[in-house]
Design a protein around this ligand. Structure first.
Ligand SMILES: [Fe+2]
Ligand SMILES: [Fe+2]
Length: 316
C-alpha cells in the first residue's frame, strides 16, 4: 500500500465512522474542490437570493410584514457570510470567491433568476423556496466537513422561521378576498416547478452524486430530497386551499409517496446557462453593489493597518 492510498483509506474510514473532517486535516484534492464548489455555490445563492425579495421591502403591505421581510433578507446575508467563511477554511480567498461569482464561473441557485411580480410571490418564496432549501439543508447538518455542518445547524433554525412566515403570508391572503386568493394561486403556479428544480438533475443524470454520497458531502440524493419535499408540501397546499400546477400529482399507495409529473429540464438548462428571465439583472445588481462597496473595504483595511501600527508602537 503506498502512502497516498493509506491516507485516503484513513480519510474514508474516518468518514465511515461519522467523524467530522476539520480544516487542518488531510483531505483528498477532489474532496476539497467539491466542497469549495458546493459551499461557495450555496453562499452565492444566499447572497443573490436577497435580490428578488429585497424588491418588496419598500412595498410590504404592513409594518409587521415589512419588519419580518427585512429580518429575513438580513438573515440571508448572514447565511452568505457564514458560508463564505466556511469556504475560506478550505484555502480560497473571499476575493477569489466573489470574482468567480461576478465572472459567471461560479453558479448560484437558478431559482433566484425568476422575477417577484406580486406580494404573494414573497409568500410563495418563503413557503416553497425556503421550504426546499430546508429539506436540503437539514440533511447537510450531518455533512462530513465540520465547518459546513456547524454553519448549517444555525442556518436551518433561521430557515424554518422563513418558511413559516411565507406560509403565514399565503394563509392570510387565502383567507382574504377572491382577488388575494387568485394572486396566491398565480404565484404558486409560477414558483412550484422552479422549486422542484432546486434539488438539481435526476439521480440518473447527476454524475458526481455517488462520490459526494460516499464522502458524505451529500447525505441524500437529489431525487430522495425532491420526493420528501413533494410529500411534505401537498398537505400544506390543502390547508391553503390552492391547487399545485401538476395534473399528475397523485398519492401512490404502493410507493407510499406522491407521484408527480416530469420537470421541464430544458427550462432548467436555459436558466442555469444564463438565459433565465432575470440572470443579467441579478449579476448586474451584485457587481454594482460590490463596486460601490469598495470604499468600505478600503476603509476597513486602512483601519486594521492603523490599529496594528498603533499596537506595535505601544508595545515598543
Ligand atoms: Fe438562507
Ligand atoms: Fe431563507
Amino acid at each position: 500500500m503506498n502512502k497516498i492510498d493509506s491516507l485516503e483509506d484513513r480519510f474514508q474510514s474516518r468518514i465511515d465512522k461519522e467523524e467530522k473532517i476539520e480544516a487542518r486535516d488531510w483531505m483528498p484534492d477532489g474532496y476539497r474542490k467539491t466542497l469549495i464548489r458546493q459551499i461557495s455555490q450555496h453562499g452565492h445563492s444566499e447572497i443573490v437570493g436577497m435580490l428578488p425579495e429585497g424588491n418588496w421591502i419598500t412595498r410590504a403591505p404592513s409594518l409587521k410584514r415589512k419588519l419580518a421581510l427585512l429580518a429575513k433578507v438580513q438573515d440571508e446575508a448572514g447565511h452568505g457570510l457564514y458560508l463564505y467563511s466556511a469556504t475560506e477554511t478550505l484555502g480560497i480567498s473571499r476575493e477569489e470567491l466573489l470574482d468567480q461569482l461576478h465572472t459567471g464561473k461560479a453558479k448560484y441557485s437558478s431559482i433566484f433568476n425568476y422575477p417577484t411580480l406580486s406580494w404573494a410571490d414573497i409568500g410563495a418564496i418563503g413557503w416553497l423556496v425556503d421550504g426546499a432549501a430546508i429539506m436540503n439543508q437539514v440533511a447537510l447538518c450531518r455533512t462530513s466537513y465540520g465547518p459546513y455542518a456547524r454553519a448549517m445547524v444555525r442556518i436551518c433554525k433561521e430557515e424554518s422561521f422563513h418558511q413559516r412566515q411565507g406560509f403565514d403570508i399565503l394563509l392570510t391572503m387565502c383567507n382574504g378576498s377572491v382577488e388575494q386568493k387568485e394572486m396566491v394561486q398565480d404565484a404558486v403556479n409560477r414558483w412550484w416547478w422552479p422549486s422542484l428544480m432546486m434539488f438539481g438533475p435526476n439521480d440518473s443524470d447527476s454524475p458526481h452524486s455517488a462520490q459526494s454520497l460516499k464522502w458524505k458531502v451529500k447525505r441524500l440524493s437529489n431525487d430522495e430530497l425532491r420526493q420528501r419535499f413533494v410529500d411534505m408540501t401537498i398537505p400544506q397546499a390543502k390547508i391553503l386551499g390552492i391547487e399545485l400546477p401538476d395534473p399528475l400529482l397523485i398519492y401512490n399507495e404502493t410507493r407510499g409517496h406522491y407521484d408527480f409529473g416530469e420537470i421541464d429540464w430544458e427550462e432548467f438548462r436555459q436558466v442555469v446557462g444564463g438565459n433565465g428571465p432575470c440572470n443579467k439583472e441579478r449579476m448586474a445588481a451584485r457587481i454594482k453593489a460590490h463596486e460601490e462597496g469598495s470604499w468600505i473595504r478600503e476603509a476597513a483595511v486602512a483601519y486594521a493597518e492603523k490599529k496594528k501600527n498603533y499596537e506595535k508602537a505601544s508595545v515598543a
